[in-house]
Design a protein around this ligand. Sequence first.
Ligand code: 3H9
Length: 704
Amino acid sequence: MSDVVNYQVQGDIAVLTLNSAPVNGLGHALRSAIQAGFDQAIADDAVKAIVIASAHKIFCAGADINEFSSDKRFAKPELPWLTTYLEASSKPIVAAINGAALGGGLELALVCDYRVASPAAKFGLPEVSLGILPGAGGTQRLPRFIGVEKSLEMIATAKIIGADAALELGLIDAALPAENFLEAAIEFANKLVADNAPVKTCADMDVSKEGVNDATFDDFRASIARKTKGYFAPEQCIQAVKASTELSLADGLKKETELFELCNDTPQARAQQHVFFAQRAISNIPGLDKSVAPRDIKTVGIIGAGTMGGGIAMNFANAGIPVVLLEVKQEFLDRGLANIRKNYEVSVKRGKLTEAQLETNMGLISGSLSYDDLSDVDLVIEAVFENMNIKKEVFAKLDEVCKQGAILATNTSYLDVDEIAAQTKRPQDVIGLHFFSPANVMQLLEIVRATKTADDVLLTTLKTAQKIRKIPVISGICWGFIGNRMFEPYGRESTRMVLEGATPAQVDKALTDFGFAMGFLSVIDLAGIDVGFFAREGIREQLAHDPSYQVICDKLNNLGRFGQKTSRGFYIYEGRDRIEDPEVVELAQATAQELNVAQREVSAEEVIERTMYSMINEGARILEEGVAYRSSDIDLVFLNGYGFPGHRGGPMQYADEVGLDKVLERIRFYQAELGEHGKNWFEPAPLLVKLAQEGKSFKDYEVK
Ligand code: 3H9
C-alpha cells in the first residue's frame, strides 16, 4: 500500500513496518504513510492493537533534516501534529524499538502506549546538536517518563542511552531479546489485547517535581556552561523542560513549538546541520576507483616516541591494534613509553579507563631501536623532526626494510609528500597522515593524498582513521595542506594588527567573543613562538615581499620569549594567569615606527573581518586548486583541528552565511585601505569573485 510503510495484519495486530532506507527519516512521505497505516488499522474492527516496527537496523532517526531548510517540513501531516494524533489512538500502540530511536524517532515512540526494545536499541533526543530542540513533544513527554534531571541531560546535552538504562528509567515497558524480536513484540501486543490493557496519554501523566526547583535548572545550566558557550539552543532546551514542570501537556507543547521556531532557521541551526552533513560527506572521494578494497592493517609501526609519536601510538593501542614504537636511543624510548603510561594514568584517575585497560593498551605498544622490527608491519607512520632531509633518510630506510604492500605514511605538517615519496621505489604506497597535537586527543586527521598515492592506500587510511576514531579529511599537496595553509593568514592578520596598534589582548578578546576558546596570540604562546618561527622557514621567500607582520614574532623568538614554556611571549604567564605585558606593546610601537606602519585604533569588527576573510580567501584558493574536495571538508578541518567555534559551522559556512558578495566587498576594502599590506595579502581569490558574481555560495562548488 505504501513504499515506505509495510502494512500487515497478524491476527488481532496490525504491524506498521517503517521502511524508508536508510534510517527511516520522518520526511513527508513517511509521515503520510504512517498516518495512512494508522487510519487503516483504526478503521479495521478486526485490529485490536498496533505495532510500529522498523525494516532497518535503525528504528527511526527522527525528522528528515534535509527538510528543515525547505517548506516540506510544514507539509501535512507535520510531525508535531502526527504525534499528538497517534497519542489519541483508541487502540493500544506498541513501539517495537529494534535500533536507534533518535529525535523525532523517540518522540514517535513516546506517543505509543507501550514501548519494547531489543538490546541494540538506543534512545536519544540529539536535536540540540543540530542547533534546535525536540519539536514533536520530546521536551514535554520525556520528563513525564524519566524526570526532569535525566531529561535535561538527554535534551540539552544530546546524551544517548541504551536499552538497559531505558528500562531502569521507565522509558520502556519491556526489554526483549534480539532474536525474533518482532515476533516477541507482537506477542507483547497480543498479551495487551488479552489483558484488555488500557490506552494511555501523556496528558494524564504529571512530571515528578520531587526535589525539582529553580536551583535544579540553575545548577544544570552552570554544569554545561563551559561546553555550550556561544550556543543558543541549549538554553532553549532548558526552558522547554522547565515548561513541562509548569504547564499542562497541551500548553507545554505550544511552548515547545515557540522555542523550536526560535532556534530553527537561524545561522546556528544552519551551521550545525551543515556540520552533520559535512561529517557524512568526507568518505565521498572524487575519482576514487570504487572497485578497490582496503588493505588489512593488523600492526602499525611508528617512528619517533616524542609527544606526537606517542600520541599516535595511543590511538592505535586504544583501538586494539599492536604498535611497534621506534626510537634512536633507549633513553628516548624509555621517556616516550613513560609519557604514554602517564597519559593513560590520567585517564584512569578521571575514571575513563580501568587499570586493566591501561595495562592491555601498554601491552600493545612495544618499543624498538631497530628498523628491522618494522619489516612486518602493515602501516608505518613517521613522526620525526620536521626536516626534509631527515624525513628523506627515514623513507629511504623504510623502503629497504618494509614488506611489499606496507603503507608508508609521514606525519609532516608542511612538507611536500611527493618529494618524500620519491625517496622510495614505491611512491604509490606513500601518503601523508597529519595528526594534530595532542594526537591522542585531537580528532582531526588530515590525509594527504600525494600525486602517486594508490587508491587502495587512500581508502585504507580513511577506514583506519575511522577505526581509531578520528575525523579524516583528505587534502591535496601544498605548503601546510588545508589547515596550516589557512591558519597562516589567520595568524598573519592577528599579528599584523598588533603592529598596527591593537594590543594582543584586544585581538584575542575579539576572537574569543567570536567563539574561539583562545585567541590566536594566546594559542601561539601555548604552541611555542619558536615553533612558528621554524615553520616559517619553508616560506621565507614567499613572505619576503612583506615581512612586516611576523617581525614581532621573530623579535619575540630572538628574545627567547617562546610563550608559555618560557613564561613570556605575547603575554606574561604567572602560574595559571595570563597577564598583559606593556613591553610587548612597546615592542610593537617601536617595530611599527621602524617599518613605517602607522598605529591606530583597531576595532573588534576589523579583527574578525581581517582574520576570517583572509582565511576564507585562502580557502577559496584551496578549493579552486582542488586541494580540498568541498568547502565542508575545510570546515571540518577548522572545527576539529583549530578550535573554530562549532556554532559557526567552520570558516566556509561562516562565509556562506555572511554572503560571498559581502566577504568580497570587505576584502576589496582592506586591499585598498591597508597600503602595501593590503596589496600584498588581500587580492581576492578568483573563485570567490566568480561565486560572488554568480550569487552563489561555497556550498555550491564541488571539485569534480
Ligand atoms: C528531529 O527529529 C526534529 C524533531 O524533534 C522535530 C521536528 C519538527 N535526516 O549517520 P549515517 C542520513 S531532528 C536526514 O551515515 P549511521 C545521513 O545523512 C533529527 N538524513 O549512518 C546518511 O546519508 P548519506 C534528530 C539523515 O548508521 C545516512 O542517513 N535526529 C538523518 O552511522 C546514514 O546516516 C538526529 O539527530 C536524518 N535525521 O548512523 C539523528 N539521519 O548516506 C541523526 C541520518 O547520504 N542521525 N541521515 O550520507 C544519526 O545520528 C545517525 O545517522 C544514526 C545512524 C545514528 C541514526
